[in-house]
Design a protein around this ligand. Structure first.
Ligand code: HEC
Length: 145
């Protein structure tokens, strides 16, 4: 016996199929959208200070800058050529944490200051980010405007 013997019986079923299809489309769109800003990151074997820096990074920065600084839908990847030490020297990390950042390279808006992160932790975070940058081919390039 065919349970879908006439069209009016088939309608609710078609409705469910359409609903799932649209839902899947929206989910896929959100998923792709949220990953547009992130990059593939190779994590090297870290030095001891960098490993400590990673802990501080994960606690204070990863919520926006993503796991391994690969970026998220809240903030840019720091493993990106823009942040090579020739364009963003270590002091820019210190200033970012102390004063925040006025959005200028991306469309995420401003970065709020992170006063809970002390100078020692920032140094370790910088060490961590630089080691991961190097492992991903991001090295010093003189900044030309
Ligand atoms: C609430 C989200 C958020 C958090 C938390 C956050 N950032 Fe940011 N950060 C941003 C955004 C957004 C930008 C990009 C601004 C722009 O468009 O240039 C940014 C930019 C930066 C920059 C570039 C600065 C510059 O001069 O352009 C550095 C360095 C940085 N962040 C480091 C950190 C570190 C280190 C931490 C953790 C202590 C951290 N951020 C935590 C959102 C965040």
């Amino acid at each position: 016996m065919n349970i879908f013997s006439n069209f009016s019986e088939r309608l609710p079923f078609l409705g469910i199929v359409a609903f799932c299809f649209i839902g899947a489309l929206l989910l896929g769109w959100k998923f792709i959208g949220s990953n547009l800003n992130s990059v593939e990151v190779t994590v090297p074997v870290l030095s001891d200070p960098a490993r400590t820096g990673k802990i501080a990074f994960d606690a204070n920065c990863a919520v926006c800058h993503g796991p391994d600084a690969s970026g998220s839908d809240q903030g840019p990847p720091l493993i990106h050529n823009i942040y090579n030490p020739g364009h963003h020297a270590d002091i820019s990390f210190v200033m970012a944490a102390k004063k925040g950042v006025r959005g200028h390279h991306w469309r995420f808006g401003n970065m709020p200051p992170q006063p809970q992160v002390d100078d020692a932790s920032i140094s370790l975070i910088i060490r961590y980010v630089r080691e991961v940058q190097i492992a991903n081919g991001i090295v010093y390039q003189a900044h030309k405007m």
